[in-house]
Structures are given as structure tokens and as C-alpha cells.
Design a protein around this ligand. Structure first.
Ligand code: PMP
Length: 409
């Protein structure tokens, strides 16, 4: 056969220069070291996948296990009504929004979802972005600039920190939950910036504790700063009816400027939102690069989130049951002498196991005995604070929780 000549004459390739040989990068070598370590405890837990719903139960390798690795707290991602709504949305609108939100990428469902979030949380308005992580990067990175100051909890999620870096603002982390330290930072830097933003979380994702919100509100008011709360792990979980940490502490909605949350956890879908006063939302809608230049959540995601919020409204007993089970698990862990750190009120309960090898080995041996829980290590947490992170689910039973704790012991 004749060789096909290239369409465009190709110059001879020069030898790859050392700095472009990716395999030689120090960062890549470091990753290889960590992966070797991950494999040393048997199989690598990060390669597991779920073969059905990711909820109180999961199927791994054809075997049903008790599952603590899903932040599907209210089991809404597999809820029949939520699934039905998503299916109908696909049939009516297709599988993609097919344009960016500002440029004809929204269906009536997207608008209904914005209104539903605002009404559920009691803010004037809300806007949904594609992805919770992206929402933090986009909002913090867009609303603030180099003349501003952003002070955030030292345990803040990666997405908030990246938003701060993108903004170019002066960034000061404060010791975890320490509103007095925050007060001191804002006092020391008073008058040295255009605007100040304080960022905290409704429930911390690796430790499961909650901030003393009323204190933070006092501090932010004293300094005329804006306050943003990331409710990724608190919406649908905290408060009598799942409206989050604002409901938990019965604070005035207007006392927090930016209520951020994700639709991927208790709400069983995908996306992030900012619920706030109408002018803030209007500004984001017309100027946030993520809203203008990136396609929004799919119609199915919008329909699922909308239906899930309606289920939470109709069935607040789900939230109460989740709280009961989370407290039961916390009490059971403590009674057995396990270290659950500072976890309280939320459905995130870490069992701190110390070093990495031990944590990996525990995760692998628990799986062999029918319990799936993910090991968390550096850089998500400090090297000596490795842990198994348990997400409690409304469909767990007391027996699931006790059996799993006994196996862990
Ligand atoms: N904020 C916090 C505190 C989180 O834990 C997460 C979840 N990974 C996010 C933001 C990002 O949310 P999403 O996974 O929906 O992008």
C-alpha cells in the first residue's frame, strides 16, 4: 500500500526539552509517590465506583454495602418524584441548555428554580450557576478586587480560597470559628481597604462542625463588612425545616449578604446558587463571567433540584430524621471511644484515625466487611489528622450505624 502523504508538510520534530517532559515534573513525581502509598494498603479506595444509587446503600463490584460516602443526605437523588421530574425535563427540553444562561440558555424550569430557592431561603432573589465550586470562585473572584480585603475561616473550602486569589484582594484566614480573632483582624486593618468580605461555612465539610453565626453577624455589622456563608453541607440539613444555618440560629435573612449553597448535596442535583438581595443577584446575572460565558445546569438538573426542594418543603420530617440519626451516630462513636473531632449538629462525622496508612487500611478492611467510607488525607486535612469521613443519610437505620461503628472499633 502507498503511504498517505500528510496534508501539510511536517517539519522534523525537535527533541522534547526537559521542562516540557511532563513525566519529569516534580509535582507529577509527588503524585506518583502518593498513589504508590494509596495502593500499598491493598486496593486504592479512590478507584471505587457506585453501580446504582449513591445513597444509604451502594453496590460496589456487584455487592451491596452500607454506604457513608454520599452527601446525598436526604436520599433525594434517587427519589422517585425527583427522578421523574428529571426524565420529563429531558423529554421536553433535551439534555443540554444548549446556550449560556444569559444568551437563551435557560428554560422556564431554570427561572422557576431561581424563584424557588429565593422563596425557600427567604431572600429577595437567587441565581444558579453550573457547579458549586465554580459558584464560589466566580462570585468571590468577580465581586471583589485588589483594593478589597477578604477574611475567611482557615478551614474554608478550596473554592472560596481560589475565589479570593482570583479577586486579587488582600486575603487573611482567621483561626477556625474564632470570631474574636476575626474582629481583631478587621480592627487592625480598618480603613486600609475599599470593602471587606467575611466568608464562613454553614457546616465544615471535613469536620462537620458549625460556626456561631449570631457572633459572626455582630462582628460583620460592627465593621460594616459583607458576610458570605457557604451552605454546601448545611442547606437541607440544619434548621427545623432544612433551611440551613440561618434557620438553625433564627437569624434575620438580611443579616447575611450572600447565602451560597450547592444543589449537589442534600438537593440531589448539580449546580451552585447565590441567594441574596435582588440588586446583588441582578448584578451577578448580567456581569458574572460564569453566567455569561459558561453553559448552565441542564434542564434535567434544574427539574431535579426544583422537585427536590419541593419534597423538602412537603416532608420536613426527612430533615428531622437525618438530625436524629446524625446525633445517634455521634453519640455511638463517642461511647465507643472514637475521636470524632469537633463534629456537631451536621451530618458530616469524621472519625479521626491519624496516619495515612492506617486510614487507608481501615477503609479497605471496612469495605471487605460491607461498609463503604472514604479515607481523607493531606492536602484536604493535616497529615496527622487523616480520617474516615462518614456522611449520615436519612435512609440509614440505627442498625446500619451501630454495626458500622462496631466493625470500625
Ligand atoms: N463548598 C463546600 C464547603 C463544599 O464542600 C463543596 C463540595 N465539594 C463545594 C463548595 C463545591 O460544591 P460542588 O461539589 O457542588 O461543586
Amino acid at each position: 500500500a502507498q503511504a498517505v502523504p500528510p496534508l501539510v508538510p511536517q517539519p522534523a520534530r525537535p527533541a522534547v526539552k526537559q521542562e516540557y517532559a511532563f513525566e519529569e515534573w516534580a509535582e507529577y513525581a509527588e503524585l506518583q509517590g502518593r498513589l504508590r502509598q494509596a495502593r500499598s494498603g491493598g486496593s486504592n479506595p479512590y478507584g471505587r465506583s457506585h453501580e446504582g444509587f449513591n445513597s444509604a446503600e451502594a453496590t460496589i463490584g456487584g455487592r451491596k454495602v452500607v454506604n457513608f460516602a454520599a452527601f446525598n443526605y436526604l436520599a433525594l437523588s434517587g427519589h422517585p418524584q425527583v427522578r421523574q421530574a428529571a426524565k420529563e425535563a429531558i423529554d421536553q427540553y433535551g439534555t443540554s441548555a444548549s446556550a449560556t444562561p444569559l444568551l437563551f440558555g435557560e428554560t422556564p424550569l431554570h427561572h422557576e428554580l431561581d424563584a424557588e430557592i429565593a422563596s425557600f431561603l427567604g431572600t429577595g432573589a437567587a441565581i444558579v450557576f453550573a457547579g458549586g465550586h465554580a459558584t464560589n470562585v466566580a462570585t468571590v473572584g468577580h465581586l471583589f478586587g485588589p483594593e478589597d480585603l477578604i477574611v475567611h475561616d482557615e478551614w474554608s473550602h478550596d473554592s472560596t480560597v481560589r475565589g479570593c486569589v482570583l479577586s486579587g484582594a488582600r486575603r487573611r484566614p482567621f483561626p477556625h470559628n474564632d470570631w474574636e480573632a476575626l474582629d481583631r483582624i478587621l480592627t487592625a486593618l480598618r480603613g486600609r481597604h475599599r470593602r471587606a468580605l467575611v466568608v464562613i461555612e454553614g457546616a465544615y465539610s471535613q469536620d462537620g462542625d458549625i460556626p456561631d453565626l449570631p457572633r459572626f453577624i455582630e462582628v460583620k455589622q460592627r465593621h460594616g463588612a459583607m458576610l458570605m456563608i457557604d451552605e454546601a453541607h448545611s442547606v437541607g440539613v440544619l434548621g427545623e425545616t432544612g433551611r440551613g444555618i440561618g434557620e438553625h440560629f433564627a437569624v434575620d435573612r438580611a443579616d447575611v449578604d450572600l447565602w451560597m449553597g450547592t444543589l449537589s448535596k442534600a438537593i440531589g442535583s448539580l449546580g451552585g446558587y447565590i441567594a441574596a438581595r435582588e440588586p446583588i443577584v441582578e448584578y451577578l446575572r448580567f456581569t458574572a463571567p460564569l453566567h455569561i460565558f459558561s453553559t448552565g445546569i441542564s434542564p434535567a438538573n434544574a427539574a431535579a433540584a426544583l422537585e427536590a426542594i419541593r419534597v423538602v418543603r412537603k416532608e420536613p420530617q426527612r430533615v428531622a430524621r437525618l438530625r436524629e440519626l446524625s446525633d445517634f451516630f455521634r453519640d455511638g462513636a463517642r461511647e465507643r471511644g472514637l475521636d470524632i473531632g469537633v463534629s456537631r449538629a451536621s451530618a458530616v462525622i469524621p472519625v479521626i484515625t491519624g496516619d495515612w496508612e492506617k486510614t487507608m487500611a481501615l477503609s479497605n478492611s471496612l469495605l471487605e466487611q460491607g461498609v463503604n467510607v472514604m479515607p481523607i488525607g493531606y492536602p484536604a486535612v493535616e497529615r496527622d489528622k487523616c480520617r474516615l469521613r462518614f456522611f449520615v443519610n436519612v435512609d440509614h437505620t440505627e442498625v446500619d450505624l451501630e454495626t458500622s461503628l462496631d466493625l470500625l472499633v
